[in-house]
Design a protein around this ligand. Structure first.
Ligand SMILES: *Cc1c(COP(=O)(O)O)cnc(C)c1O
Length: 357
């Protein structure tokens, strides 16, 4: 893929204090853009100054939400190299999302090339302080004009990026989770396995209600029986019960997280039995009562792992690990972040170098 460069003449002021970055609040100088037109395919790949889109009010995405996205990070290592973690997994997953929403695929190598091109051109925006990263947001939206419901003939693929602070700037803090028993996030045949904006739009209400009651996130149950655990907000979730690790299988209703699959691989390497399948919330609560619910953690690119200290389901509450991060959760966090920031050797081949910092 050939990429055209139009570099900014007015570089923005970079954040002065990297300890106050927060998550994706300010975006870097450039963005990657590529257009799709039916018949012509993807064309005009370019790096241009970060700027607004001009969108007709009747653009398909604004009405029917034909849109997908991805999320990954670029990391600055101690010896000042910039690198990515398994970006080809994000490229492949974006195509799985694309297929479900009738959006044209992008070859995985073009996806990775585009991400690398943006990171390299804005490498000075990859922050330096411990635990910080440059959050990368690729997305595709339908750009036809007209209110008929059909697959669009025009799309825009764009990648933007934002320097982001350490997720655990104040130390790893285990969270309280509300098990949602009313609303659902996904059901067989729907879009649960895709990263589409519509999934998030439909989940905001439950998240807000849980937050008002003091819970960090919602744990979704399966959409048919509301019986089996699926995932949490924007994370997959894992349970260590009596020495074994349980997580929902990726059979269409759960987002196949890159962090999830990496953690499953590590756990199996370390000799743990990992069961991908149905786990009833009632059995989780029962395990807690019997003292067998050893650790619970969410997994996702933003936090890597997020330890859970409390689960509330109907009128039952499970307390986990005395409110502290469990030993395995900590080991997973140390190992994955170690590989991502280049503090541990990349024995798995998970790292894609981008450039010198
Ligand atoms: C992105 C996402 C995840 C986590 O995926 P990672 O690739 O590990 O970041 C989990 N669940 C949902 C709903 C997501 O959108």
């Amino acid at each position: 893929m050939e990429i055209r460069y139009e570099l900014t003449k007015n570089p923005k002021q970079k954040p002065a204090d990297e300890s106050k970055l927060g998550f994706a609040k300010q975006f870097s100088d450039h963005m990657f853009v590529m257009d799709y037109t039916e018949g012509e395919g993807w064309h005009d790949a370019r790096i241009v100054p970060y700027q607004s889109f001009s969108i007709d009010p009747a653009t398909v995405v604004l009405h029917y939400a034909q849109e997908i996205f991805e999320g990954l990070k670029a990391y600055r290592t101690a010896d000042n190299k910039i690198q990515l973690f398994r970006p080809e997994c994000n490229g492949a997953r974006m195509n799985d999302s694309a297929d479900r929403l009738c959006i044209p695929n992008i070859p995985v190598e073009d996806f990775v090339q585009a991400v690398k091109a943006l990171v390299e051109v804005d490498k000075d925006w990859v922050p330096h302080i411990d635990g910080s990263s440059y959050y990368i947001r690729p997305f595709i939206f339908a750009n036809d004009v007209g209110l008929g419901v059909h697959a669009s003939k025009h799309y825009i693929f764009c990648i933007i990026g934002a320097p982001s602070g350490a997720y655990y700037a104040e130390g790893i803090d285990p969270v309280r989770i509300y098990v949602e028993d009313d609303y659902i996030r996904a059901a067989p045949g729907l879009t649960g396995f895709t990263k589409c904006g519509g999934n998030y739009a439909a989940s905001i209400k439950a998240g807000e209600m849980a937050e008002r009651q003091g819970y960090a996130q919602v744990l979704w149950l399966d959409g048919v029986e509301k019986k089996y655990v699926e995932e949490v907000g924007s994370m997959n979730i894992m349970f260590k019960i009596d020495g074994k690790i349980y997580t929902a299988a990726c059979t269409g209703t759960v987002l196949p997280g890159v962090t999830r699959r990496s953690i499953i691989e590590l756990c199996r390497d370390w000799g743990y039995e990992v069961i991908e399948g149905k786990l009833a919330i009632a059995d989780v609560m029962k395990a807690a009562q019997e003292g067998k619910l050893e650790e619970v953690w969410g997994t996702g690119t933003a936090a890597v792992v997020s330890p859970v200290k409390e689960l509330k389901w109907k009128d039952q509450v499970a307390y986990i690990s005395d409110g502290k991060i469990g030993a395995l959760t900590q080991k997973l966090y140390d190992t994955l972040t170690g590989i991502q920031w280049g503090k541990l050797p990349d024995e798995k081949g998970w790292i894609t170098p981008v450039c010198e910092g």
